[in-house]
Design a protein around this ligand. Structure first.
Ligand code: NAD
Length: 352
């Protein structure tokens, strides 16, 4: 089969890890007789430098016409000025909006051989297999009004937490659908004791739960969830929550796995064009050294094959190869080894 994949390597270690993920995809293409046509575009800080825009219309159009988009990471100290009129993160938000991806999926699993790299005790990590589903296009990051003004002689800042019923329903339905292929348990996270938007969230979760009785639904306050993630993470299966709670909880969940470099993510919407990226940032402290862990990006390509290209067998082959590679003791520096980015990818490709 033939597919078009847009690559947005971005800034910092983004190009280093995306290059290795492309080698993995090329290997899959030759092994399974597919053709992946890659188009590479600038996005983030590098795009600001060249085009004065973190995401140009042409790049967005190219992404929209692809079967899937693979992103490295964007940002870095060079573009951190809060007063700048464009920032790399703006491009990311515009890309998510432009692709209509409303759910970010972050699977968190802890490989037994890497438990020592997690800040939690090994006994807490046995059986951890969580899928966090974060709502991506609503809530505080997009609500209006937003901004600063002077009111009653005081400087004031406003953000608005707004959700429509349909925005909650579609992400909730996706969470239940995903739970059916897993341990059939959904934890819906909110702050319904305080926030009106959370009360609507809980109401819709209950309604969707009533239509999916084969899946167990529990409601949990976000503060309780943040504690349970540390004290008893193995108890969670699918966790679904709104944009900002998800932003915070997904980072908390990701440290369970030991290194930011290990975890993939997928952002999905109504269409099959998904956005796939590792959960880590551009890691300016190690950029250009060739030592970044490529596993998060390589596992993101597995999610790309599964969710956008519907190539389940190929996705599983990559995931198994990564698992075997870790079991065999291959390690980049972030997980206590000496392998370079390229060498780690070689180890994985060898096992595919
Ligand atoms: P980061 O994830 O870039 O780095 C945090 C720490 O983890 C660093 O010590 C880094 O060296 C390490 N690390 C991250 N990925 C690694 C990998 N693959 N292999 C080995 N070590 C790895 O987070 P940060 O330092 O807070 O942010 C740096 C920049 O990235 C900022 O400009 C931030 O805005 C941006 N950022 C971008 C995204 C994105 O593109 N989606 C996400 C988060 C942060």
């Amino acid at each position: 089969m033939t597919f078009k994949i847009t690559l947005l390597p971005g800034d910092g270690i983004g190009p280093e890890v995306v290059a290795e993920a492309v080698r993995v995809l090329d290997f899959i293409a030759s092994k399974y007789n597919h053709t992946f046509n890659f188009t590479e575009r600038l996005m983030g800080g590098c795009s600001i430098d060249k085009y004065n825009s973190s995401l140009t219309d042409e790049t967005l159009a190219d992404c929209q016409s692809a079967d899937a988009v693979l992103l490295g990471a964007v940002g870095g100290p060079k573009w951190d000025d809060p007063a700048a009129k464009d920032r790399p993160e703006r491009g990311l938000l515009a890309l998510r909006k432009g692709l209509g991806v409303f759910a970010n999926l972050r699977p968190v699993k802890v490989h037994p051989a890497l438990m020592e790299w997690s800040p939690l005790k090994p006994e807490k990590l046995q059986g951890v297999d969580i899928l966090v589903v974060r709502e991506l296009t609503g809530g505080l990051y997009f609500g209006w009004p937003k901004g600063r003004d002077i009111k009653d002689g005081r400087e004031r800042a406003v953000d608005t937490l707004e959700y429509y019923d349909y925005e909650i329903k579609r992400v909730m339905e996706l969470a239940f659908k995903l739970a059916k292929g897993r341990r059939k348990k959904v934890t819906s996270v909110d702050k319904a004791n305080v926030l009106e938007s959370s009360r609507l969230w809980r109401q819709i979760a209950t309604e969707v739960g009533a239509e999916n009785k084969d899946v167990e639904l529990e409601h949990m306050l976000v503060d309780t969830t943040s504690m349970r993630l540390i004290t008893d993470p193995a108890w969670m299966d699918v966790v679904v929550t709104e944009n900002m709670f998800g932003d915070i909880l997904t980072d908390e969940a990701s440290i369970l796995a030991g290194s930011m470099g290990m975890l993939p993510s997928a952002s999905l919407g109504e269409s099959t064009v998904g956005l796939f990226e590792p959960i880590h940032g551009s890691a300016p402290d190690i950029a250009g050294k060739g030592i970044a862990n490529p596993i998060g990006t390589i596992l993101s390509t597995a999610m790309l094959l599964r969710h956008s290209l519907k190539l389940e067998a190929e996705a599983v082959v990559i995931e198994k190869a990564v698992e075997q590679t870790i079991t065999a003791g291959a390690r980049t520096t972030d997980i206590g080894g000496k392998l370079t980015t390229r060498q780690m990818a070689d180890e994985i490709i060898k096992r595919i």
